[in-house]
Design a protein around this ligand. Structure first.
Ligand code: PBG
Length: 325
């Protein structure tokens, strides 16, 4: 490599056109997926205080929001349902006429040709104890839980989900879901596995949004320890082996190294989830004038793409798509 003064790196930074032409990473609306919450039993959309700009939606407001997102060119939406009725098993989750299922059917009719409708698959919004599966004492019973996940996946696929995204971090969940989808006539519905999902402090606002906070204990016996990356690679390898079509790392910004290693090790479609706490930090600081929301958001999303994510699930999707168009 030549050195100064024959090589002057600043030459390629001199104008906006030069910078754009030589950017190594692209960020487009088609790289973004927007999370949406739909809540049974409310008359109008309820703002989520820790996530300005986000709501617990009614079916009606959900459709309107999804339509606006699709018009802005996002890759898709990922839906979370909050049922009126919770029980220890989370049985509303596999009710074909449950609220999430209704939402999937409605949204599919309206917008799904233009964008993906992804169904998050978990039990924490559906159980009265807020854990991601059925309990055996104070522990989540892995194998009993994946039987339930297998039923939920079929119900979601039947209701029109384009992609099933299991987020519960049970062992064997991808295999259980893949085989139930195959056996039920859905061999072509892809599974996007939350493979490396960490027990994170950055999920706080989501738990307000989805009303799925654990009523006792925490999720450390099923979600990953933030200290581990080799374990993340094993989790991803297992999920791919079990039939995952795409894998996910979550959260995103504190785990850019994990995203990079997953992408480099497997060369698989890789999604990163820029989670609720990451969104809330930017919004809270921007509200105080401590940083510029637009600059910080586009920088963060670009960084996640640069780390190796093909798609980014982000609460900034709508605004970012607007800024980018
Ligand atoms: C539940 C689930 C969580 C998130 C997505 N699915 C919360 C959790 O595991 O406690 C977090 C998303 C976010 O913070 O934006 N399985």
């Amino acid at each position: 490599m030549p050195s100064f003064p024959s090589y002057r790196p600043r030459r390629l930074r001199g104008t906006a056109a030069l910078r754009r032409a030589f950017a190594e990473t692209s960020l487009q609306p088609s790289h973004l997926i927007a999370p949406l919450f739909v809540k049974e039993g409310i008359d109008e959309a309820a703002p989520i205080s820790s996530m300005p700009g986000h709501y617990q939606h009614t079916l009606e407001s959900l459709i309107k929001e999804a339509r606006e997102l699709v018009e802005r060119g996002v890759a898709g939406v990922i839906l979370f349902g909050i049922p009126a009725h919770k029980d220890p098993e989370g049985s509303e989750a596999w009710n074909d006429s449950g609220y999430l299922q209704q939402a999937l059917r409605t949204i599919k009719d309206e917008v799904s040709e233009a964008a993906l409708v992804v169904a998050d698959l978990c039990l924490c919004e559906y159980t009265d104890h807020g854990h991601c599966g059925v309990l055996d004492g104070e522990l989540v019973d892995n194998d009993a839980t994946i039987d339930r996940y297998a039923r939920i996946a079929v119900s979601q696929a039947r209701s029109g989900a384009d992609v099933i995204a299991p987020s519960g971090m049970m062992d064997g969940q991808v295999a259980a879901i893949r085989s139930s989808l195959d056996d039920s006539g859905f061999p072509n519905i892809p599974v996007l596995a939350y493979s490396a999902k960490y027990a994170s402090g950055f999920y706080g606002p989501f738990r307000e949004a989805a009303e799925g906070a654990p009523q006792f204990g925490d999720r450390k016996t099923y979600q990953q320890d933030p200290a581990n990356v080799e374990e993340a690679l094993r989790e991803v390898a297992l999920d791919i082996d079990e039939g995952a079509d795409a894998v996910m790392v979550k959260p995103a910004l504190p785990y850019l190294d994990v995203i990079r290693q997953v992408k480099d090790s497997f060369g698989y479609p890789t999604v990163a989830y820029n989670v609720s706490g990451e969104y809330a930090m930017v919004m809270a600081a921007a509200e105080r004038g401590w940083l510029d929301e637009r600059v910080a958001t586009l920088e963060a999303l670009t960084a996640i793409r640069r780390a190796g994510a093909d798609l980014v699930i982000t609460y900034h999707a709508k605004k970012a798509a607007e800024w980018l168009s």
